[in-house]
Design a protein around this ligand. Structure first.
Ligand code: SF4
Length: 78
C-alpha cells in the first residue's frame, strides 16, 4: 500500500539553508524567506492538495543544500 505523505510536515533546516529561494519560486504558498534570508515553511502542516504537494516535492529536489525535510506525521508502520 503506498504511503500517503500528503499530510507530512515541512521543515527547513536554518543551519543548511543559504537563501537561494528556489523553494519559494516553486512553492510560494508554502515557503517564505525571513529578513535574515533563511527560508522557512510559512505553511508547515498538511494535508496538502495534490498541486501543492507536487510543488513541495519539486522544492525538496531543487534545494541545493538539501535543507528541506518532510516529516511523516503518521505513526503508521512505526
Ligand atoms: S531552496 Fe533550500 S537553500 Fe534555498 S532558500 Fe529554499 S531551503 Fe534554503
Amino acid at each position: 500500500m503506498p504511503e500517503d505523505l500528503t499530510t507530512a510536515q515541512v521543515r527547513v533546516d536554518a543551519d543548511l539553508c543559504e537563501g537561494h529561494a528556489l523553494c519559494i519560486q516553486l512553492a510560494p504558498e508554502v515557503f517564505d524567506l525571513s529578513d535574515d534570508e533563511v527560508a522557512g515553511a510559512a505553511e508547515a502542516e498538511g494535508p496538502w492538495d495534490r498541486d501543492t504537494w507536487d510543488s513541495i516535492k519539486s522544492a525538496v529536489d531543487a534545494c541545493p543544500r538539501q535543507a528541506i525535510s518532510l516529516i511523516n506525521t503518521s505513526t503508521k508502520g512505526q
